[in-house]
Design a protein around this ligand. Structure first.
Ligand code: PLP
Length: 443
C-alpha cells in the first residue's frame, strides 16, 4: 500500500490524463493490457534504454513494449530507414523489395523456406492455425495449459481463468479466457501441461481414438508468460517426435522468443525445428508487424490458394523497412553477444541478491529475457506456477521497481527484455533496486 501510494503521488499528470482519457477511450487505454489500478501510467517518450512518463519521471525500460523493443527506443538505424521510406510512400497493399529481403533473411535464420507477413502476433498465430487446419483437414487445436498466443478465439482458451481449477493434468478442462468466445470454439481447443511429453502423447492418443486428432500443437518452446519457464532437456525433441508420428503440425509461437533469444529464436537456440513458426513483436522494431514461416510442404496450402492468407497491411512498407534495418543493422551477431553479456550480468546479479538475503526464489534468463521468480519451488509448468509463485511479493516487486526508476512489465507473469543498447548502468540500477527491496523485506 505504501509503495502504491508513493507511485500515485509521483504520477499526478497520469491521473489527470486518465480522467480525460476515460471520456472517449474505454478504460482510458488502447488495450486492456495497458490498464492499471487506480490509473495507468502514460508515457511521453523513449530513447535508448530509457523512457519518460508524462509526469517527467524517468525509468530504465525493462518492459520494452512486452519485448518488442529489443533494438532500444528510437534507434537511429531504424529512424533512418523510416525517414527514407516515408517520402517514397508508406502503403500500397502491394509487395516492396524490403519484404523480399526480410523473408530471405528470416528463411536463413530459421531454416524454414517459406514466409508470409501479418501485422501482429495474434494475426500470425491465427493464420498459422488456419494453415495447419487446411494442411491436415482437422479442426482440433492443441495448446499448452497457461500459454498465451494472442487474442483470437481459438487460443483464448486455457490461459489464466483456471488458476483454481487445475488438478487433473491428464484431462484439463477447456475454459475461455474472458467472455465473448463461442463454446463451439472453446471445445475445439485442448490444453496439455508444459514439460510433460508423455501427458501430451496420452492426450493425443485419446483424441485419436475419439476421431479428433489435432491439426496442430501450438506452443512456445520456452514459456514466456509464467515469467520464463525453460524446456526440460529432451522435452522439445519428444514433442517433435510425437507430433511428427501423428501428422500434427508443430507450431512454435516465437512472437516473444523470435529475434530476442537468438538470431533464429528458440528454433535455433534449442535446435528443434517446427513445421511452422510465428513471429511478431521485435520483428518490426516498434512498428506493427508479424510473420509466419514454414516448410515447403505445409506452406503449399498458401501458395496453391487453398488458404487465403491475407491482410491489407501485410508487408506494410514502413514495417518492412524497419524490419530490414533491424535485421541487418541492429540485430547483428555482435548485438546478440552483447545481449548475452547483459543478461548474464543481470541474472547473476539478481541471483547474488537472492542468495545474500536467502529469499525464496531464483533468477532465470535466456537471450535478452529473464526474471526473478519468487517461488518456493522451481516452476516447470502452469500448475507449479499456480502453486508456488509468491503473488504478493511479485506484485510488490513491480511497484518497488516503478518507484526506483525501473519500468517493468506489469503483473506477475512477465519477464524483462533487455535491448541491445541497454547500458551496464541500467542493469546495475535494476540489481540495486532489487537489493534494496530484499533489504527492506528482511529488515
Ligand atoms: N504469442 C505470444 C507468445 C505472445 O506473447 C503474444 C503477445 O503477448 C501474442 C502471441 C500476441 O501478439 P500480439 O499482441 O501482437 O497480437
Amino acid at each position: 500500500e505504501e509503495q502504491s501510494a508513493l507511485l500515485n503521488e509521483r504520477t499526478g499528470r497520469s491521473r489527470e490524463m486518465y480522467a480525460q482519457a476515460s471520456v472517449h477511450l474505454s478504460g482510458g487505454v488502447a488495450s486492456s493490457y495497458q490498464g492499471r489500478d487506480p490509473w495507468p501510467i502514460y508515457i511521453d517518450s523513449g530513447s535508448g534504454d530509457r523512457i519518460t512518463d508524462v509526469d517527467g519521471n524517468e525509468y530504465y525500460d525493462f518492459h520494452n513494449g512486452f519485448g518488442s523493443m529489443v533494438q532500444g527506443h528510437a534507434h537511429p538505424a531504424i529512424g533512418d530507414a523510416l525517414g527514407k521510406r516515408y517520402p517514397l510512400g508508406t502503403h500500397f497493399a502491394a509487395a516492396t523489395e524490403d519484404s523480399i529481403v526480410v523473408a530471405d533473411e528470416l528463411a536463413r535464420r530459421w531454416g524454414l523456406p517459406k514466409w508470409r507477413f501479418t501485422n501482429s502476433g495474434s494475426e500470425s498465430t491465427m493464420d498459422a492455425i488456419r494453415i495447419a487446419r487446411a494442411f491436415t483437414g482437422r479442426d482440433t487445436v492443441m495448446k499448452i495449459f497457461g500459454s498465451y498466443h494472442g487474442h483470437h478465439d481459438t487460443v483464448m482458451v486455457s490461459i489464466g481463468v483456471e488458476y483454481d481449477k487445475i488438478g487433473d493434468r491428464e484431462n484439463l478442462a477447456s475454459l475461455p479466457y474472458g467472455a465473448g468466445i463461442p463454446q463451439a470454439v472453446v471445445d475445439m481447443t485442448i490444453a496439455v501441461p508444459f514439460n510433460d511429453a508423455p501427458a501430451m502423447e496420452r492426450r493425443i492418443e485419446r483424441l485419436a481414438a475419439e476421431g479428433r486428432l489435432p491439426a496442430c500443437v501450438i506452443m512456445e518452446a520456452a514459456m514466456m508468460n509464467l515469467g520464463v519457464v525453460l524446456p526440460e532437456p529432451g522435452y522439445l525433441e519428444a514433442v517433435r517426435e510425437i507430433t511428427a508420428k501423428h501428422g500434427i503440425v508443430l507450431i512454435f509461437d516465437e512472437v516473444k522468443t523470435g529475434l530476442t533469444i537468438a538470431p533464429g529464436g528458440a528454433t535455433e537456440k534449442f535446435g528443434v525445428t517446427p513445421d511452422l513458426v510465428t513471429l511478431a513483436k521485435a520483428l518490426g522494431g516498434g512498428l506493427p508487424s508479424g510473420a509466419i514461416g514454414g516448410t515447403e510442404e505445409v506452406m503449399a496450402v498458401v501458395e496453391s490458394g487453398k488458404v487465403y492468407q491475407v491482410g491489407t497491411y501485410n508487408g506494410n512498407p514502413l514495417s518492412m523497412a524497419a524490419a530490414r534495418a533491424s535485421l541487418f543493422e541492429v540485430l547483428t551477431p555482435a548485438a546478440y553477444e552483447r545481449l548475452a553479456e547483459l543478461n548474464d550480468r543481470i541474472v547473476n546479479g539478481c541471483q547474488a541478491v537472492i542468495d545474500k538475503y536467502d529469499l525464496p526464489g531464483y533468477a532465470v534468463g535466456i537471450g535478452s529475457k529473464g526474471c526473478v521468480t519468487f517461488a518456493t519451488e522451481k516452476i516447470v509448468d502452469y500448475e507449479t506456477f499456480k502453486g508456488a509463485q509468491d503473488v504478493p511479493l511479485s506484485e510488490l516487486a513491480w511497484l518497488w521497481n516503478m518507484n526506483h526508476g525501473i519500468f517493468m512489465t506489469p503483473g506477475r507473469e512477465e519477464e524483462w527484455t533487455m535491448s541491445v543498447v541497454h547500458s551496464d548502468q541500467a542493469v546495475d540500477a535494476y540489481i540495486a533496486a532489487f537489493d534494496s527491496l530484499a533489504a527492506a523485506l528482511t529488515e
